[in-house]
Design a protein around this ligand. Structure first.
Ligand code: ADP
Ligand code: MG
Length: 460
């Protein structure tokens, strides 16, 4: 009875937290009892207990309450659970854990052992990935790696801001490789999960198994690697795993929210290892890509919500106004369709404005020239006052030109307006600066990187 309810609540949680979170954090929870208004769960590690408490306890509690469980609090207690239990995150309906299946799962890793990776999202395929200028390089590299054959670049390092498609591309590679050759052992997991499994192996004294497992894969994918920055022993282990696989000629694919060199608190030897392969970034989306993505998704929704009337211009409006990231864009479209079908109204510009007011407002945040000046001077370690002051030495003039260039790119200010904000300079000076930075970006890769990084930081 109790477990039935928890089973149902888990299904609801799967929908609200998503497959990845569900597999990592919800699935391993076991409801022990509800006592005095406290729902007690057992979890395998204290790290996990902390994480779940911080991130999911509210949602778990409210779903429990909604299902009629008389709980006013949730508690997570660490119980010694065999590691094999929590390694099998692949399926949503784990088989009942009889002693027999436990010992079977805890057997030494063999060639056929289940890989303890995160589940792949079935929607994240190459077919569903819309290619545009900002992501064409990353897409091409991902395709290339997915084709298999001799490993040409190792690792493939994909980086870019939140919601630009890194995870999507990685899953797409995994799907494709598995379709081509089902025997290939592909292990996809987040850096966070890597750490979690590493800590677990340490605790359970199963480092040999851990090492053997990670060294037995054909393709290793680690998502959001910036997570292990500052976590010294995890980095150490990651480094060894990485080297072992590269030595065996196995493909490694890594993603991060920034370039290897820019990840703080990441050991230099790891940074340089990561830079050895092909490093490609996903640029912020442009209008055309956003529109393309919206059109593709809207097509799917139209099939799903038959009979909904969709006014012209709405997608264009959204592509123009929601520039943050693709996840937000998708969320907006999904809400729009759901809302329209619920109230039985046509999807018009007015409806979009009404139903998406919060998202539109959040996206409205405009970058100011002052903010650009501040960021750029921080980046180049010069004084803000020098940015608008008269000094013309290169070490100051160049950052000033970068700031002018970004002001032209990211704000709607005119050249004379920008000039005024740079200590009353003439618009021709601004124009010269903008041109100079445009040129330098094509000849000087450091300049290109600097400008890209600043742009990303300012648009975040
Ligand atoms: P990241 O891992 O870079 O934060 P994700 O890969 O999770 O981003 O992408 C966020 C969402 O946006 C996902 O639902 C993904 O399918 C979608 N998405 C991102 N880029 C594209 C694209 N080019 N075409 C279609 N969907 C995309
Ligand atoms: Mg991701």
């Amino acid at each position: 009875m109790k477990n039935d309810t928890w089973g149902r609540v888990k299904q609801q949680l799967l929908e609200t937290v998503g497959r990845n979170n569900y597999a990592n954090w919800i699935e391993p929870l076991q409801l022990q009892k509800v006592d005095n208004g406290i729902a007690q769960f057992s979890v395998p590690t204290s790290f996990m207990a902390n994480w779940v408490t911080r991130n999911f306890s509210d949602q778990i509690l409210s779903h429990l309450k909604a299902s009629g469980v008389p709980a006013s609090r949730v508690e997570f207690k660490v119980e010694a659970v065999r590691s094999a239990d929590t390694l099998s995150t692949g399926s949503d309906q784990a088989p009942a854990k009889t002693p027999a299946s436990l010992s079977a799962q805890a057997a030494p890793v063999t060639e056929e052992a289940e890989l303890p990776g995160a589940p792949l999202d079935a929607r994240f395929t190459f077919d569903n990935f819309v290619v545009g200028k900002p992501n064409e390089l990353a897409h091409a590299a991902a395709r290339r790696v997915a084709e298999g054959g001799p490993v040409t670049f190792n690792p493939l390092f994909l980086y870019g801001g939140v919601g630009l498609g890194k995870t999507h591309l990685m899953h797409a590679i995994a799907h494709e490789i598995q379709v081509r050759d089902p025997k290939t052992r592909v292990l996809y997991l987040s850096a966070e999960q890597f750490m979690y499994r590493f800590v677990q192996a340490l605790r359970d004294r199963q480092m040999m198994d851990f090492k053997q497992l990670f060294r037995s894969v054909d393709v290793l994918m680690v998502d959001d690697v910036q997570f292990i920055a500052g976590k010294d022993s995890t980095q150490e282990e990651f480094f060894h795993t990485f080297n072992a696989l590269v030595d065996q000629g196995k493909q490694i694919i890594i993603s991060a929210d920034r370039a290897p060199g820019e990840i703080k608190d990441l050991e230099d030897r790891i940074k340089s290892r990561l830079q050895c392969g092909l490093v490609v970034d996903l640029h912020p989306t442009d209008y055309e890509l956003r529109l393309g993505i919206l059109q593709t998704k809207a097509e799917n929704y139209r099939a799903q919500y038959k009979g909904l009337v969709f006014a012209d211009g709405v997608l264009e409006f959204l592509a123009h106004r929601i520039t943050t990231n693709v996840r937000v864009l998708e969320g907006a479209l999904m809400r729009l369709f759901a809302f329209a079908s619920l109230v039985g109204r046509e999807i018009t510009m007015e409806l979009a404005q009404e139903c998406l007011a919060d998202i539109l407002k959040a996206s409205d945040r405009k970058v100011t020239v002052e903010e650009i000046q501040r960021r750029v001077s921080e980046h180049y370690s010069i004084r803000l006052s020098d940015m608008i002051g008269p000094r013309r030495v290169r070490s100051i003039a160049r950052p000033r030109q970068v700031a002018m260039y970004l002001s032209k790119q990211l704000t709607s200010r005119s050249l004379p307006e920008i000039g005024r904000r740079f200590g009353g300079r003439d618009h021709t000076t601004v124009m010269h600066g903008v041109r100079r930075i445009e040129e330098l970006q094509t000849t000087d890769s450091q300049m290109f990187e600097d400008v890209e990084m600043l742009r990303r930081a300012l648009e975040a």
